[in-house]
Design a protein around this ligand. Structure first.
Ligand SMILES: NC(=O)c1ccc[n+]([C@@H]2O[C@H](COP(=O)([O-])OP(=O)(O)OC[C@H]3O[C@@H](n4cnc5c(N)ncnc54)[C@H](O)[C@@H]3O)[C@@H](O)[C@H]2O)c1
Length: 247
């Protein structure tokens, strides 16, 4: 991995960074020189400790507009204007359609999709002023796979791709890009409940036939949030060892 400080002088918000993929993204952005605002339901102290003085933790619910106001205030007080927003926090219960109730549907939309909208409302004005910004919405390769009991989740993750495409059109002339990243099966708490047999079935459908570690998802996110990706927007990048192929 390159050691260039590609993200120096950038302030990055990473949601759901208390563990898993979000924690790996936060640490990697800091290693590239960014100041990191690490957000989770409880302040992600382990992630902040791993980064050191270039990180601040915020306890906030990403489905709540007041939570985003808190994130913005802490970011401004600690580091200044936010230029990078990684919406990674997610709600992902498994319910076949017969068991899926409206409250679960709405919570899934609100954590996974409303958060993307709320963050745009919060941070686009400063990004426009600064003529630079990066939004990355963490979607999932499950939007293209046969995964049962996840209709609500798949709808929300497809919505992230749609919102990034639409937002990209509105903000493009101010140096702001908006893209989605679609991880495949990754070794986190989220996939702990899956048995060996279920995981193996997924691996066998991948070109690279093994479990991904969270650190293996971050490279494309570093690229999309760097200056190198300034002409790339409204895209969906699949990072799944070659399971779901688009285009
Ligand atoms: N792990 C996988 O196999 C996999 C595959 C495809 C996509 N993804 C996506 O990657 C992202 C990260 O997944 P993960 O496996 O690291 O998940 P995880 O469950 O390990 O971590 C998610 C974090 O988000 C936080 N969070 C949940 N709701 C929140 C809220 N309302 N406000 C603030 N924080 C909240 C949780 O507390 C947790 O720390 C998610 O968007 C997930 O859908 C994961």
């Amino acid at each position: 991995m390159t050691t260039l400080l590609t993200h120096q002088n950038r302030v990055a918000v990473v949601t759901g960074s208390g563990r898993g993929i979000g924690a790996a993204i936060a640490v990697a952005l800091a290693q590239r020189g960014a100041k990191v605002v690490a957000v989770d339901l409880q302040s992600p102290s382990a992630t902040v400790a791993a980064i050191g003085r270039n990180a601040v933790g915020v306890a906030a619910d990403v489905s709540d507009p007041n939570g985003w106001a808190t994130v913005a205030r802490v970011a401004e007080e600690s580091f200044g204007d936010v230029g990078i927003v990684i919406n990674n926090a997610a709600f992902y219960p498994n319910h076949p359609i017969e068991e899926l109730d409206l409250d679960t549907w709405r919570k899934t939309m609100s954590v996974n999709l409303d958060a993307q909208f709320l963050s745009a409302k919060q941070f686009v004005p400063a990004m426009r002023r600064n003529k630079w910004g990066r939004f990355v919405g963490i979607s999932s390769n499950s939007i293209g796979l046969t995964v049962k009991g996840m209709s609500h989740y798949i709808a929300s993750k497809m919505g992230i791709v749609g919102f990034m495409r639409g937002l990209a059109n509105d903000v493009a002339n101010d140096g702001i890009t908006c893209n989605a990243v679609l991880p495949g099966l990754t070794h986190t708490v989220a996939t702990e409940a899956q048995g060996e047999e279920q995981r193996r079935a997924t691996w066998q459908a991948q070109a690279i036939q093994r479990f991904a570690e969270p650190e293996e998802i971050v490279g494309p996110i570093l690229f999309l949030t760097s200056d190198d990706a300034a002409f790339m927007t409204g895209q969906a990048l699949v990072v799944d060892g070659g399971q779901y192929r688009v285009g």
